[in-house]
Design a protein around this ligand. Structure first.
Ligand code: GGG
Length: 348
């Protein structure tokens, strides 16, 4: 039987709740489809940091390299570990080390979910640059605590990095409805963002079938709210993509529905799948976290592994579940009830 080795990193807070729930669904889907998932769990998290002084061991990246995929819950325990430490200690190094340069985040309404907008027929795919830009981690602070303190954070946009993510956006648009929104703030940021715009225009000549529009991020944010059905694929830098996809999550009914895939398109290293949401420590362990975003991320993982039928079955099961009114709003149903309903729906 075909078996996929999956590294499981539940992480912090509700990461534990949603990964456990989603893994139940994934295993059931695998069994139905006739393949197996072999999960190996790693306790890397803020609790691990408190014990060891690191978010993951020194050889963590090498350990993960041998897996077919990584399935992650959430990172962050702000009361105990500064968010910048936890993010730069686990999530960001994995994305960078495994060249997971395309972060794919779908935004559409599942049946029965009421988003806050009147629009219902939107289907947006946000492609976020995932390895450089504003999250490069380059910078420093001097004169800390003094009046003349200075903090500098440098955004790094390389030709290779910008070209490959915009090209990825064009390819996705070509395979969908043929529209690409390329996002910058090039009126205010005259080096990196102008470079991004120029790259978009240059690559556009290779994709005559794609209608590409360059937007400023503020205008695009407004468009996502006012006319989401007018958008198809969005390609944005690391920071802008991070912010726009929380907006995308909001219009699809909340972070409980927002899935994401950190893809290494060359398949030279494992890709990582995780919900967009964070660790929500206030509701951790209470059994009320919505696992849908993590289940959806799991479906994206199976699709990436080539198990398209199982992925589609999971997406259908999610739609059946919300169509019955289960899990359609935050806190409405328990994690166990939603998980059970999705599992049952796998066989209908
Ligand atoms: N589920 C992923 C997670 O814990 N995200 C927390 C977060 O702040 N992520 C920032 C990012 O995706 O760059």
């Amino acid at each position: 039987m075909k078996t996929y080795s999956i590294a499981l990193i539940p992480g912090d807070g509700i990461g534990r709740d949603v990964v456990d729930a989603a893994w139940e669904v994934l295993e059931a889907a695998a069994e139905t489809a006739g393949f197996a998932l072999d999960g190996t769990e790693f306790p890397w998290s803020c609790a691990f940091y408190k014990e060891t002084g690191r978010m993951m061991p020194e050889d963590g990246i090498e350990t993960l390299r041998g897996f077919d995929a990584i399935f992650l819950g959430a990172v962050g325990w702000p009361k105990e570990v500064p968010d910048a430490v936890s993010l730069h200690g686990l999530l960001l190094p994995i994305r960078k080390a495994f060249v997971q340069y395309a972060n794919i985040r779908p935004h559409r309404l599942l049946p029965g979910v009421e988003g806050p907008l009147k629009a219902e027929n939107f289907d947006i795919l946000c492609i976020r640059e995932n390895t450089e830009g504003e999250y490069s981690g380059a910078g420093g602070r001097v004169h800390q605590g003094m009046d003349n303190e200075v903090a500098v954070e440098t955004s790094i946009f390389t030709r290779k990095g910008v070209e490959r993510i915009i090209r990825f956006g064009f390819e996705q648009a070509k395979a969908r409805r043929g529209k690409l929104a390329s996002v910058t703030k090039s009126n205010a940021q005259k080096y990196s963002m102008v470079f991004w715009d120029e790259t978009t225009q240059r690559l556009a000549t290779e994709y005559p079938e794609v209608e590409v529009t360059s937007y400023h991020v503020d205008a695009l944010a407004a468009r996502m709210v006012m006319a989401p059905e007018s958008l198809d694929v969005i390609v944005a830098s690391n920071l802008f993509g991070d912010i726009l996809t929380d907006l995308g999550a909001a219009i699809q009914g909340g972070l409980g529905f927002a899935a994401s895939a950190n893809i290494n398109p060359d398949r030279s290293a494992p890709s990582m799948f995780e919900p967009v949401h964070g660790s929500a420590p206030d509701i951790a362990g209470k059994g009320i976290a919505n696992p849908m975003a993590t289940v959806w991320s799991g479906a994206m993982m199976l699709e990436h592994l080539g198990e398209t039928q199982a992925a589609r079955r999971i997406m259908k099961a999610l739609a059946i579940t919300t169509g019955k009114g289960i899990g359609t709003a935050p806190g409405k149903d328990t994690t166990a009830k939603i998980t059970g309903a999705v599992k049952n729906a796998l066989t209908t």
